[in-house]
Write a protein that binds this ligand. Structure first.
Ligand code: ZN
Length: 153
């Protein structure tokens, strides 16, 4: 079992250098912008839905490595999930990075995201790590025609 600190560093580095699912998809059903004024991070998250399932989730953004890496990780975890599963994962991730107790079932659902648990020790970083997730959540819950804007402030 690798050290969680090392795993955290390598995950953040990997995803901030080579963000996954980056750029606007050809088909868009939902879009939301997220802003974290504390750190200056921005993300835009696009969703394409297939019935109740998230068929495609992509993003662009600017800001610190944690905000961008976490948004990239979010896209890899949410793609293919139902709306309910995506929302549940958002809740579990939010508990993890805000230092709430996370049970075994949540831990296994979070998978490699568990490496971000250390963010809970740095309150200013929680907003960076959760920005992409808040935007995904806002996009899921907005009407198709509107661009939602969420701020972590
Ligand atoms: Zn940040």
């Amino acid at each position: 079992m690798p050290d969680l600190g090392d795993l955290y560093q390598s995950l953040i580095l990997d995803h901030s250098r080579s963000p996954r699912n980056y750029g606007e998809p050809p088909t868009v059903d939902r879009v939301a912008d997220g802003r974290n004024p504390m750190c200056g991070d921005t993300v835009r998250v696009w969703l394409a839905l297939d019935g109740d399932r998230v068929a495609e989730v992509r993003f662009v953004g600017k800001g610190c490595a944690i905000s961008q890496a976490s948004a990239s990780l979010m896209t890899t975890m949410v793609k293919g999930k139902t709306r309910a599963e995506a929302e549940q994962l958002f809740g579990r991730f939010h508990d993890l990075v805000t230092g709430k107790p996370v049970d075994e079932e949540s831990r296994s659902a979070l998978g490699k995201l568990v490496a971000l648990a250390g963010v809970a020790r740095f309150p200013a970083r929680v907003k960076c790590a959760s920005l992409g997730w808040h935007a995904m959540h806002a996009a899921l819950n907005e009407g198709p025609a509107e661009a939602a804007t969420v701020s972590t402030e």
